[in-house]
Design a protein around this ligand. Structure first.
Ligand code: RM4
Ligand code: MN
Ligand code: MN
Length: 386
């Protein structure tokens, strides 16, 4: 692909950052307070706006309800838009209440299922009030022991719960259905894999699509192939980018498996239609600063995409057609090994940005200013990271 075309494609890549990545977070053992970390949703939005200002490619921020609940949604929307960004996906939280011990939409008791449905209804209304057209649903539902509940009944409850949520969607809103193979439940998750999510979305209709969180698969899963399939079937809604070593570690995207991220972005780069895909980050920073780590994640995603755009598609197709396995692989590796930092620096310069946004954050006094204004807040409790 010619450099000007690559630059055009890179210029329209928009990555959404999560509000929950800007506050203090921790492990199940401890939350280490980070000096200057955002204390409220207003400050989390300020930090998301700064990430957009420095990267030029993060125009929206995802919210988690009730973590980001406020009295006045109009005021929050104004606050966000005044800072040059907008609200992206609204994430209902169906795991942070005592009632959800045995599940939410799949709970054995109708009363709890109703409550979960009410929360989804509220989140759809919040999305409308905030000008967002995306609701992103992840269910922590599942069981811990064989025999704990009837697996077929749980599936029936899941289908019926999601059908009811789907019914509530206004015509311009999409429902993203996220899966995860284990945690917090260990015997069965009600939405464990992309196949289940795809089956459900097919059943629900065109406003429901699958969300691929890159940390939600068993070790060794070929995520690029999942992405290729979902794209082919028109069922891919978007991503939660992060990286992991062992489980759902929520580490900086591309920090552990940059080649895997590149193969995923290759599928995006060659997709006939990728508009409308939601590229979102879902990470938490436990031992590092939040804003510069978020920017690093953004840079890593851009890097993987830039390299994917540089793949010589003609040579690759020829090698594949000739059955030249090694040559086909070498075409990918050649693109992966290209140093795209100068290209990304040119992209940023053309947008009036500093060439290295992490360095720009570190040199800009932003962290110091936040420490002065916000201090260091001892976290009362960890976000219930699940
Ligand atoms: C889950 C999942 C969801 C996220 C929560 C906090 O593991 O990835 O997307 O909202 O964590
Ligand atoms: Mn996620
Ligand atoms: Mn997760």
């Amino acid at each position: 692909m010619r450099e000007d075309v690559v630059l055009e494609k890179l210029a329209v890549l928009a990555i959404e950052t999560p509000s929950w990545g800007y506050g203090n977070s921790g492990t199940r053992f401890h939350v280490y307070p980070w000096p200057g970390a955002a204390r409220t949703v207003w400050e989390r939005i300020d930090d998301a706006a700064l990430v957009h200002r420095l990267t030029g490619c993060c125009p929206s921020v995802a919210l988690h309800i009730p973590w980001d609940r406020v009295e006045d949604w109009t005021a929050l929307r104004t606050h966000t838009e005044e800072r040059g960004i907008r609200i992206g996906a609204i994430n209902p939280n169906l795991f942070g209440e005592d009632e959800y011990r045995l599940g939410s939409l799949c709970h054995p008791e109708a009363r709890v299922r109703e409550r979960a449905l009410d929360h989804c209804r509220e989140c759809i209304e919040i999305a409308q009030a905030l000008g967002s057209t995306l609701v992103s649903l992840w269910l922590a539902d599942g069981t811990n022991y064989p025999g704990q509940d009837d697996l077929r009944d749980r599936h029936a409850r899941l289908v019926s719960g999601l059908e009811q949520v789907y019914e509530l969607l206004p015509p311009d809103m999409r429902l993203l259905v996220e899966y995860k193979f284990f945690e917090p439940s260990f015997y069965s998750m009600d939405l464990p894999d992309w196949g289940t999510a795809a089956l459900l979305c097919r059943r629900l209709g065109p406003q429901a699509q699958v969300l691929v969180d890159t940390g939600h698969h068993p070790q060794g899963t070929n995520i690029a192939q999942i992405v290729a399939r979902l794209l082919y079937e028109g069922l891919l809604g978007g991503f939660h980018f992060n990286d992991r070593k062992y489980a759902d570690d929520d580490l900086i995207a591309g920090s552990m498996h940059p080649f895997e991220l590149f193969t995923i972005m290759h599928e995006i780069a060659r997709a006939p239609k990728s508009e409308g895909l939601a590229f979102m980050i879902d990470q938490s920073y436990n031992v590092e600063g939040k804003i510069d780590a978020m920017i690093q994640s953004v840079v890593n995603i851009q890097t993987a995409y830039a390299k994917a755009l540089l793949i010589d598609g003609t040579r690759l197709a020829d090698a594949q057609a000739e059955g030249d396995v090694l040559e086909a692989h070498r075409v990918l590796v050649a693109a992966f090994e290209t140093d795209v930092r100068p290209l990304l620096a040119r992209l940023r310069e053309s947008l009036g940005l500093e060439p290295d946004p992490v360095a720009a954050f570190r040199a800009g006094g932003f962290a110091e200013q936040r420490i002065r204004e916000r201090g260091t807040v001892q976290a009362e409790s960890a976000y219930e990271r699940t």
